[in-house]
Design a protein around this ligand. Structure first.
Ligand code: NAD
Length: 260
């Protein structure tokens, strides 16, 4: 078991990539926290993991809400003990060209991805410092942390920003054994992607099939989607890597869409 008795908070873990990471970490012995907007959905995911003999709890947490993040992390420490791993994963997508994008939507997306990453990092790193054990902080970036696509200005901006935050946290945290890294997935079939297929088709004036083949998977080496399991395996690698040799890095998992 690669994460035996480690306490891992995963934000946005009631769905998609976050849920698979929670299941993967639990199977490796971690006590996982499903932190998501809706208490019932967070609890339902935790219940599924417990039914598979995992250890899990649901926490209602809007990652943009300072007091909810701080209280949620306190609740976790009381129930499970100090935090060892944070996966800052909660996110949304908004499809709009810059000239049509509302300021409200710009701020909403940046807040969930960037304020959320900051607030959860701050709350968890305090616990990692206080315990003296250090820990691993993992940000869910994207190929859009490295590349741009039309119609995604706030998303591309936020995902690039997470790499900056990870580098700072890596430098500040090193002396206390806290690492920070970024996972950069290509397209993964989750509700976030299913929602944008018809939206992109409409904006670009092409079919949904063409959005998949000619936009989303066009640059991959094999025309394949990345899977939630692919991303969860990278998260497990970062979470269980136990020295500062691997910190401040970003790893692309995208079927070769982006090559460094
Ligand atoms: P998803 O829609 O399946 O899951 C996102 C989760 O985040 C949901 O459970 C939602 O309730 C939660 N969430 C949204 N706003 C929140 C908030 N303010 N506070 C707490 N929770 C909140 O999406 P997904 O595809 O699994 O995306 C997860 C992460 O992976 C995102 O950061 C996304 O940008 C990133 N990502 C996704 C893809 C992809 O192709 N699906 C590719 C690269 C990166």
């Amino acid at each position: 078991m690669r994460l035996k008795d480690k306490v891992a908070i995963i934000t946005g873990a009631a769905s998609g990539i976050g849920k698979k990471i929670a299941e993967t970490f639990a199977a490796e012995g971690a006590r996982v926290v499903i932190a998501d907007l809706n208490q019932d959905q967070a609890d339902a995911t935790a219940k599924e993991i417990i039914a598979q003999n995992g250890q899990a709890m649901g926490v209602k947490m809007d990652v943009t809400n300072e007091s909810e993040v701080d209280k949620g992390v306190e609740q976790v420490i009381k129930t499970f003990g100090d935090i060892d791993v944070l996966v800052s994963n909660a996110g949304i997508q908004i499809i709009d060209p810059v000239d049509k994008l509302s300021f409200a939507n710009w701020k909403k997306l940046l807040s969930i991805h960037l304020d959320g990453a900051f607030l959860t990092t701050r709350a968890c790193i305090r616990s990692m410092y206080a315990s003296g054990r250090g820990g691993s902080i993992i940000y869910m970036g994207s190929v859009h942390s490295k590349e741009a696509s039309p119609l995604k200005a706030p998303y591309v901006t936020a995902k690039h920003g997470l790499i900056g935050l990870a580098k700072v946290v890596a430098k500040e945290g090193a002396s206390r054994n806290v690492r920070a890294n970024v996972i950069c997935p290509g397209f993964v079939r989750t509700p976030l992607v299913d929602k944008q297929i018809p939206e992109q088709a409409k904006e670009l004036g092409i079919s949904e099939d063409d959005v998949i083949k000619k936009v989303m998977l066009k640059e991959t080496v094999d025309g394949e989607f990345t899977t939630t399991a692919d991303v969860a395996n990278v998260a497990l690698f970062f979470a269980s890597f136990d020295s500062n040799a691997l910190t401040g890095q970003s790893l692309v998992v995208s079927h070769g869409w982006f090559m460094q």
